[in-house]
Design a protein. Structure first.
Ligand code: C2O
Ligand code: CU
Ligand code: CU
Length: 475
């Protein structure tokens, strides 16, 4: 079965009937076998050469993993790539030993070895999985896939679609450019590529039907590319961010912002005209707007005369509400990058010692959190910067003192986003990856209820590797 067919079986089929209360649900397997192995993929369409990629189960994106909220899952990962790897289940609140960070939560999976991940996802929603070992190269070569955790309740939609978006840097002859870890890039925007795929291929059109309500799950699986999607002629409504339902709302100025690793679920009532096409534009970077795809309406008459009259809200997940009155407060200040004192060697913020010279350029870290640079990927001996007593409510004020954007990600918890630059964030949103603009200050809160050592890092992977990473312990 082709990957496309697979996605349709996985996503399309079961939800076309979701409107009837006795909807037939395909029993999702809670046992998965995931093999990391090289393969070839036609990323840029039939006219372009194939690309050597690294895959989960032979495809990019890797097999869709479909789990059920509150039901145990067992995922057996074996590796046939020729370097150590792990799998991290991004955004899922799971036991620390299942978090997939080499050296911190598990030994790395060596070539030819197997590791079994077992956990019960407490939250329904859109998540994803990727390596946490040499991630810049492993994610950059294609190791990534989506995880959908199904709600217990039926959601009133006609179709459930997944757009797994990924950014690639391809050479003229269609291969993945091999120089990973360019120091200059690491101190700037990171490795932004030149080819964006939707479910593993450059997309011309995506078929829709007039009158249908689609739940569209957007996943940004890029190393570094930030996206801002606009749907011409349509009004998507955001119903979940990073898997967590929020109050349904239209995105600001109609642009859906998606930092690397972020997920946004939108509901779209397809109110366009049968036979017409509508562009989906990503215009995040000034002067570099491009058409991600087009919604291509079938000729068939509308499915219904008026938009579906059902609530857009998704059932909330069982997240512990932080107690702001008694919360412990901490600051996390993001520092460094090109144009900072860290890069010119004139600053004193690192406190001398090993830190003089051309930070980042001469081989040292380019970034820091509270003056400390943890570099590379998961490794042994990562000491926690902060320790929280289990059950405490925590408020983190993240201050971006740099001139660059950072999608800041915390493992093992979801963060209630409270304020951005002093203003309350509306829509009761929870995120595991918070996109910060240059100079932004964002306050988030959570209950430290999941014991273990958890990474907090920028998900522009070059930034993480070059020092924008720390570990927080829940004891
Ligand atoms: Cu997508 Cu450390 O994670
Ligand atoms: Cu993660
Ligand atoms: Cu960053």
């Amino acid at each position: 079965m082709s990957r496309r067919a697979l996605l349709q079986v996985g996503a399309g089929l079961l939800l076309t009937t979701a409107l009837s209360p006795r909807a037939v649900r395909a029993a999702p397997s809670t046992e998965y076998q995931v093999t990391a192995a090289p393969a070839r993929a036609r990323l840029a369409g039939p006219a372009r050469p194939e690309t050597d990629v690294w895959t989960y189960n032979g495809t990019v994106p890797g097999s869709l993993v479909r789990l059920r909220q509150g039901e145990p899952a067992r995922l057996t990962v074996d590796s046939r790539i020729d370097q150590e790897t792990t799998v991290h289940w991004h955004g899922i609140r799971l036991p620390n030993a299942m978090d997939g960070v080499p050296g911190l939560t598990q030994p790395p999976i060596k070539p030819g070895e197997t590791f079994v991940y077992e956990f019960t996802p407490p939250d329904a929603g859109t998540f994803w999985y990727h390596p946490h070992s040499n991630s810049l190269e492993q994610l950059g070569r294609g190791l990534a896939g989506a995880v959908i955790v199904e709600e217990r309740e039926v959601v009133a939609i006609d179709r459930d679609l997944l757009w797994f978006l990924a950014d690639w840097r391809l050479t003229e002859d269609g291969e993945i450019a091999s120089r990973f870890g360019n120091r200059m890039e690491a101190a700037m925007s990171g490795r932004v590529g030149n080819t964006v795929t939707l479910n593993g291929r450059v997309s011309e059109t995506e078929a829709v039907r007039a009158g249908e309500r689609v739940r569209l799950r957007l996943v940004n699986g890029s190393l570094a590319r930030i996206m801002a999607l606009r749907f011409e002629g349509h009004r998507p409504v955001i119903v979940a961010i990073d898997g967590q339902p929020c109050d349904a709302h239209e995105p600001e100025r109609g642009r859906i912002l998606l930092g690397p690793a972020m997920r946004v679920d939108v509901m779209i009532d397809m109110q366009g005209e049968p036979g017409r096409r509508y562009g989906v534009i990503d215009d995040f970077y000034d002067g570099l707007a491009y058409r991600l795809t087009e919604l291509a309406y079938e000729e068939r008459p509308p499915l219904r005369a008026h938009p579906l009259d059902a609530s857009l809200d998704l059932p909330r997940n069982p997240l512990p509400e932080p107690d702001l009155a008694t919360a412990e407060r901490h600051d996390l200040t993001l520092q460094g990058g090109m144009m900072s004192s860290m890069m010119t060697g004139t600053g004193s913020m690192m406190g001398g010692g090993m830190m003089h010279g051309m930070m980042g350029m001469g081989g040292g870290p380019a970034w820091a959190i509270n003056g400390m640079s943890m570099t590379g990927d998961g490794h042994a001996g990562m000491e926690p910067a902060l320790t929280f007593q289990r059950g405490r409510s925590i408020v983190l004020a993240m201050r971006n003192e740099t001139a660059w954007w950072h999608p800041m990600h915390f493992h093992g918890h979801s963060l209630r986003v409270l304020r951005r630059n002093g203003r309350p964030v509306l829509h009761r949103q929870w995120q595991d990856t918070v996109l910060m603009a240059p100079k932004d200050v964002v306050e988030v809160a959570f209950v430290a209820d999941n014991p273990g050592d958890w990474m907090l890092h920028c998900h522009v992977i070059d930034h993480q590797m070059a020092g924008l990473m720390t570990v927080l312990r829940v004891a």
